[in-house]
Design a protein around this ligand. Structure first.
Ligand SMILES: C[S@@+](CC[C@H](N)C(=O)[O-])C[C@H]1O[C@@H](n2cnc3c(N)ncnc32)[C@H](O)[C@@H]1O
Length: 562
């Protein structure tokens, strides 16, 4: 007999696009900010890199009219600005290679103030602001009057834009799931529950209300406040003592795992009738017929925003969206279109590229998109009210050249993926080859250099590892512990004093980590400083009581010293 998991009703039935899960997603992006990227919970390397930036610069520079006046580029949902930084580098490369000097006014935008504060405080971005190329703005509904400067740009805010970029932006905007059922278009509705740990007692009506209130007031993706902890202690006051510690641990994790702990009871309701002048319904109907009874995502949040954006565009301006996506016309669909991918408390739905392209055409755009159905990233380009003008390539030819005939970003992504697969099979030699090749497309990328160096260290190729770390590399937010790797290399090369300095630098730049203290202890032993080694091993075990090797070494050291 199976025992049902206890669960708590959090929200009565509501259209899925307005349900609690979307509010959690939005709060996570809005309030958690930079930390989500810095902890690697939100992946960004497929878009925040020099290869994709070069492809977009090449396409824009080839397809926009030649001239001297500044080009205004707006990036939506820019996150921590990895793409923006590389785009500005790629812009300068283009100028140098073509002996041009076209001013760029880059508007980096996102709706999350906390993310943008981290960008504005970063010295690498400050220098771009000071050079007059970059402005940072808070922006959700994209129109010029909604821009809120986070850092004042040195250029005048453009009244019309030349190009708009979104990377993994459309896939995070409010989306609903549609389905055709008995010839009628239906939308997804959900009733939302929270799964509780097995040992929870059955809740009576009053306690259920108190629990619901506690969960709904949790600050998403943030540590529990003292007040929330105190309220939780009251809620579990009747639990047996031995369960309290488990309940406490569960409560501490909950704000970071909330989205994945939800259970939604799903059903479909007929989609309300559209406004009479809204012609979009025909497109949804057509898409639903093609997909038969399969549910498919409709990114209505993107449609709303693009409608607004149109008033801010010059005729002939370009839109470049890179997202997870699929197109029904390819005949190859992801196994379950209704399942988003989850990243912490956020999620992302694939973009229905045919539907998106049809909608853009209906609104006066012309479009094209990448034709490789299995790629993890699809790019859709659209031109607003096309004009005949003085360009080096038409927008279609530029896109064909830089995204279809070659797609250096995707070549690099495939190489990195192959390297990581070899790495996980412990074939470091093969992994090294693929990482080195990936670096030709994405030179200086810190993550690739860090993973390559780790493989080389494991292979004992210390000279090559040292060379890998000497490449030009800019780790914008100091996410990678290169000091630790330098320390490892120096230690294995017998330079324990040098290694010691690198390990200390690692603590200064990356904070306390047990493995670094363990390595410091090894350096101290190599220099016959038993007391120092003893101290470092003790700190290592305080940080990680399960560090077996440190424990054994400390025991041996205690026996030989005392
Ligand atoms: C998946 S991340 C992509 C970030 C970045 N473009 C990249 O490729 O790594 C989605 C970004 O969109 C932002 N975002 C989500 N909803 C938004 C909205 N309504 N308006 C503007 N930005 C939004 C989030 O804060 C986040 O930075």
């Amino acid at each position: 007999m199976s025992i049902a998991t206890p669960r708590l009703l959090l929200e009565e039935a509501t259209p899925a696009a307005h349900a609690l899960s979307w509010r959690i997603h939005t709060q996570a992006f809005a309030h958690e900010g930079a930390q989500a990227w810095l902890d690697f919970r939100i992946p960004y390397s497929v878009t925040g890199n020099i290869a994709l930036a070069r492809q977009k610069v090449q396409t824009i520079r080839s397809a926009l009219p030649v001239g001297n006046e500044p080009i205004a580029v707006l990036e939506l949902g820019a996150g921590l600005g990895f793409f923006a930084w590389h785009f500005i580098q790629a812009w300068q490369e283009w100028d140098q290679r073509n002996s041009e000097s076209r001013p760029l006014n880059y508007l980096l935008t996102d709706f999350s103030r906390s993310t943008l504060d981290a960008v504005a405080q970063n010295s690498h971005f400050q220098s771009l602001i000071e050079s007059g190329q970059l402005g940072i703005f808070c922006l959700d509904q994209p129109s010029a009057e909604n821009l809120e400067p986070v850092s004042e740009p040195l250029f005048k805010v453009p009244s019309k834009l030349d190009a708009v970029i979104g990377n993994y932006y459309a896939c995070t905007l409010p989306t609903t799931l549609l389905r055709r059922d008995q010839d009628i278009l239906h939308e997804k509705w959900v009733k939302t529950w929270l799964n509780l740990p097995d040992f929870f007692p059955v809740l009576d009506e009053d306690t259920e209300v108190a629990w619901r209130e506690w969960v709904l007031n949790l600050p998403v993706s943030q540590k529990l406040s003292a007040a929330a902890q105190a309220e939780f202690a009251c809620l579990i006051a009747d639990l047996p003592v031995e369960k309290m510690a488990i309940a406490q641990a569960w409560s501490e994790k909950l704000p970071f795992t909330l989205l994945s702990q939800l259970e939604e009871s799903v059903f479909y309701e007929p989609l309300p009738e559209p406004e009479p002048e809204d012609r979009s319904r025909e497109l949804l109907e057509a898409a639903s017929i093609q997909l038969d009874e399969q549910s498919f995502p409709w990114t209505h949040g993107l449609w709303q925003r693009l409608e607004l954006l149109q008033n801010w565009l010059k005729p002939g301006s370009l839109l470049l969206l890179s997202d997870k996506g699929y197109y029904v016309s390819s005949g190859v669909l992801p196994s379950d279109l209704a399942q988003p991918s989850c990243h912490g408390n956020t999620w992302a739905y694939p973009l229905h590229l045919d539907l998106q392209a049809d909608w853009l055409s209906q609104k006066g755009w012309q479009t094209a998109h990448t034709p490789y159905p299995f790629d993890p990233l699809q790019t859709l380009i659209a031109i607003w009210q096309p004009q005949s003008s003085n360009t080096s390539l038409s927008w279609e030819s530029a896109f064909q050249t830089y995204f279809i005939e070659q797609n250096i970003n995707l070549d690099a992504a495939r190489l990195v993926k192959a390297a990581q697969d070899y790495h996980s099979q412990e074939d470091d030699q093969m992994a090294v080859g693929f990482y080195q090749k990936a670096l030709r497309y994405r030179p200086g990328e810190p993550r690739i250099i860090h993973e390559l160096t780790a493989c080389l260290i494991r292979l004992g190729a210390f000279q090559l590892a040292q060379e890998a770390l000497q490449q030009n590399c800019l780790d914008l937010y100091s996410q990678f512990d290169f000091d630790y790797q330098k320390g490892q290399i120096a230690f294995f090369l017998g330079q324990s004093q040098v290694a010691y300095t690198h390990f200390r630098n690692s603590l200064t730049h990356q904070g306390d980590h047990a493995s670094v203290y363990y390595s410091l202890a090894l350096c101290a032993l190599a220099q016959e400083q038993a007391e120092e080694a003893f101290h470092n091993l003790t700190v290592c075990l305080e940080l990680d009581p399960e560090h077996d090797v440190a424990e054994q070494l400390l025991k041996r050291l205690s026996l030989s010293t005392f």
